[in-house]
Design a protein around this ligand. Sequence first.
Ligand SMILES: Cc1cc2nc3c(=O)[nH]c(=O)nc-3n(C[C@H](O)[C@H](O)[C@H](O)COP(=O)(O)OP(=O)(O)OC[C@H]3O[C@@H](n4cnc5c(N)ncnc54)[C@H](O)[C@@H]3O)c2cc1C
Length: 346
Amino acid sequence: MSGDGGPRVAVVGGGIIGLAVAAELAGRGADVTVFDPEPDGRDGAWHVAAGMLAPGGESAFEYPHLTRLLEASNELWPWYAAALGDVGYDDAGTLGVALTADDVADSVREWKHQKLTPLPGSQLRDREPALSPRVRAGVYAPAERQVDPRKVVAALRTSLAGRIVPKRIDSLSDVDADITVVAAGCGTAALTGLPIRPVKGQVLRLRGEPGLIRHVIHGIADGRAVYLVPRADGEVVVGATQEERSDRAITVGGVHDLLRAALDLVPGLAEHEITEVTVGHRPGTPDNAPILGYLDHTRRTVVAAGHHRNGVLLAPITARLIADLVLTGSAGNVLDDFAPRRFGCA
Ligand SMILES: Cc1cc2nc3c(=O)[nH]c(=O)nc-3n(C[C@H](O)[C@H](O)[C@H](O)COP(=O)(O)OP(=O)(O)OC[C@H]3O[C@@H](n4cnc5c(N)ncnc54)[C@H](O)[C@@H]3O)c2cc1C
């Protein structure tokens, strides 16, 4: 224990999850230190992420525990964003759209699962006039919002000033603390042996006159999936490929597919400037759910990793549950379905 009574907690990894956990712990009186090789860097998946808060669209149909966790975190976001300040939180909602008849047929199962009413293209264009006249049908999902992950990380870094140490941890035995939280994204696999794999995503950032589109648009155009996330300042994030690869190459096919689908859905984007093309790696797990809980029976190491496609959405609930576990030894039974032991750990 530290001199002021709070436990000494080391958080390995200063991405969006590690910082959110550390900020929650610090706010509840723990003596927290975050270790990251690049405390001001842009290496984490958060830097590439679009920041969609999409508990329905991105979840696995067959895994209701995950859906419940996503929905619970989504409910925390309005409060969480307000506490952080201006982090680009926007509640205009999401339009799920389909270009062709085949795209509509591919989308209806997901729309039905989300209990959303299909709308004809004309009604979608009333809401979002920049949509192509070719868009046939879609849905409006008011609960699917967005935030800017770069602004979230900047706000969390500011709140943790003086507690972030520029150091890469190669072995957990090198960490001197009462309890260690491993939140190193894809780097968690090497530190713990847990099955977390990098899932590559290529993302474009465009810039133009603000206001061309108001909603997040999550669509499918001639079989190509794409999402468009408009920021208030005129930036539009276009994502993302999903590739079982660990390289950082920006490929012609990846960029072409994203741009083609984006322009099919919103032709007016042709006048935008391309300002960034980036690659990131989602920390994927075998069942697409995060790994949250004690690593082993010593209860000295807690894992908060493997958030795959939803780490931004899941940051508030992860912070709350992991802080409960670290500070009280329990987070109720919510974590049972996400425990490391489901992958054979002690
Ligand atoms: C293309 C793309 C689009 C995405 N879009 C969305 C989205 O719209 N909505 C959403 O909710 N999620 C999205 N995600 C997922 C989200 O970005 C991730 O789930 C989230 O960033 C995971 O957070 P993390 O902190 O665990 O990992 P990261 O953000 O990757 O951060 C990991 C940190 O750990 C540090 N680290 C690694 N190894 C070590 C070590 N040995 N010692 C110390 N530090 C270490 C790294 O330097 C890094 O800072 C997207 C991801 C990608 C790639």
